[in-house]
Ligand binder design. Structure first.
Ligand code: LLP
Length: 453
């Protein structure tokens, strides 16, 4: 058992926090703060877990895909690819990044609930292995675009299996009231499957579901797998076609704080495989090609964010604000979802936690908090504070609110840190700003021009 919520973190010989063999104080000194730090070995270990489980539970008949929305950079996709993962993308930008990373299109799955015609065209041109179609309009568009190009797109359908997973409302997607996919209950899904089977330019080869994110129970996954297998049987009955691929999405929960108790992924996947096989026997179906799409559980616990503490404000009887040089522009998850995080001080990570604090960001917004009521040792200006398990949905959801620049990201391995995302500059911020011709002269304020100032 590690001293920290993520087992890749250690207190080094000098007592400082280390990740991937790197001293966090030195990282902050060398690369500046805020800084995203990723531990390469942990990412690789997590990828292997899924790749191995496909081998063990499905005799290798399947593909584990890294859901790149969790953290999409060229280097990160190369790491996942080199471990044998396929890549799930959900926008033209993620597809572009994957192609730039040299990912073989035959290992790319393209998602999204409202792909633009341009995105569909890029996916078809690139020859991605699968387009996961969300709705009838999209199936028709794929058919039209592929037919015009003399191609056949191999698609699957995003299905709402009607499962309620216990997680935050914004990240719950499998139930009927969701913007994603088509529902089984209403008959919409079977109608679309029948339609897709009859259209030119598309070949319906599978179905997909994703019931939510940061899920700790096995049951919703088991239930979803069963419902999806029943649906494959229903499609065969309706169309005579046996769909060959079952994609069960991502959603496996990770430990952000001590109280979180994620299940062992291997056991999870083994149980799902059993449920799938039982359904195959029941319906007389062959075992489908299985896909999974973990995002968070590949990268979240591999990452931390380092900050420099600025002002510390104690409001007597109320709370202590510890302000850091980051905030909701680089980690919006507490502001959005009240997501829990743990944090430690990089030079004394095991110091006793003496009082609750609120970690505040630097944006002009009261809700710009990284965490509230977190018991910490006394924090002083200049301390390097590490927020833990920030590898997923931090950088990928970052923005430039208040024209803050997005942090750099380093990838650590065997005590060496390499930059994989450079820190944004002020020039980056104004790169896309355009000044119309009539403003180019910049005549200044009339008062200034008339010399009254
Ligand atoms: N596949 C599909 C189709 C998805 O929509 C998602 C996540 C995944 C796979 C990966 O799920 P994961 O293994 O990462 O749970 N921004 C939120 C999470 C949104 C997840 C959206 N879809 C957060 O910060 O918690």
């Amino acid at each position: 058992m590690s001293d920290f919520v993520c087992d890749n973190l250690k207190a080094g010989r000098n007592g400082h926090l280390t990740i991937g063999g790197c001293d966090c104080l030195e990282l902050a000194r060398e690369f500046g703060t805020p800084l995203y730090v990723m531990d390469e070995e942990t990412v690789r270990r997590n990828c292997r877990l899924y790749v191995d489980s496909i081998r063990k539970s499905y005799d290798g008949y399947g593909l584990a895909l890294y859901a790149s929305k969790a953290l999409c950079t060229i280097a990160m996709l190369k790491v996942a690819d080199s471990e044998g993962m396929g890549i799930d993308v959900c926008s033209g930008g993620e597809l572009f990044t994957a192609l730039r990373a040299g990912i073989d299109p035959s290992r790319i799955y393209f998602h999204g609930n409202n792909k633009t015609p341009g995105e569909l065209e890029s996916a078809i041109d690139a020859g991605v292995r699968r387009i996961v179609a969300d709705n009838a309009l999209e199936v028709d568009r794929i058919s039209t675009i592929a037919t015009a190009k003399g191609r056949t797109a191999r698609i699957s359908l995003r299905i709402k299996p009607g499962i309620e997973a216990h997680t935050h409302d914004f990240v719950r997607t499998g139930q009927i009231d969701s913007k994603f996919g088509v529902a089984i209950e209403t008959g919409e899904a079977i109608e679309l499957a029948a339609r897709a089977a009859s259209l030119p330019g598309v070949k319906l080869v599978g179905i997909h579901c994703h019931i939510g994110s940061q899920i700790f129970d096995v049951d919703p996954f088991l239930e979803a797998a069963q419902v999806m297998m029943d649906f494959i049987a229903a499609v065969r009955e309706r169309t005579g076609e046996t769909l060959e691929e079952l994609n069960l999405g991502g959603g496996f929960g990770i430990r952000y704080i001590d109280e979180h108790d994620p299940v062992d992924f291997g056991a999870y996947i083994g149980a799902i495989a059993q449920a799938v096989r039982a359904k195959c026997a029941e319906h007389g179906l062959p075992v489908p090609y299985i896909c999974m799409e973990p995002g968070r559980s590949i990268v979240a616990s591999a990452g931390i964010t380092l900050y420099t503490v600025g002002a510390v404000k104690t409001i007597p009887g109320i709370r202590t604000y510890v302000a850091v040089d980051g905030g909701m522009f680089e980690n919006p998850r507490y502001a959005l979802y009240d997501s829990p995080y743990d944090a430690v001080l990089a030079d004394r990570p095991l110091a006793p936690r003496t009082a609750p604090i609120t970690i505040a960001g630097k944006c002009c917004e009261s809700g710009d908090l990284i965490q509230e009521n977190l018991w910490m040792p006394e924090c002083r200006p200049g301390d390097i504070l590490a927020v833990l398990a920030t590898g997923a949905y931090n950088y990928s959801m970052a923005g430039n609110y208040n024209r803050n620049t997005r942090p750099a990201m380093v990838l650590c391995k065997d005590g060496k840190a390499r930059t994989i995302v450079r820190r944004e500059t002020f020039d980056d911020l104004v790169r896309n700003d355009v000044v119309p011709a009539d403003l180019q002269e910049h005549p200044g304020h009339p008062a200034r021009a008339s010399g009254q100032e």
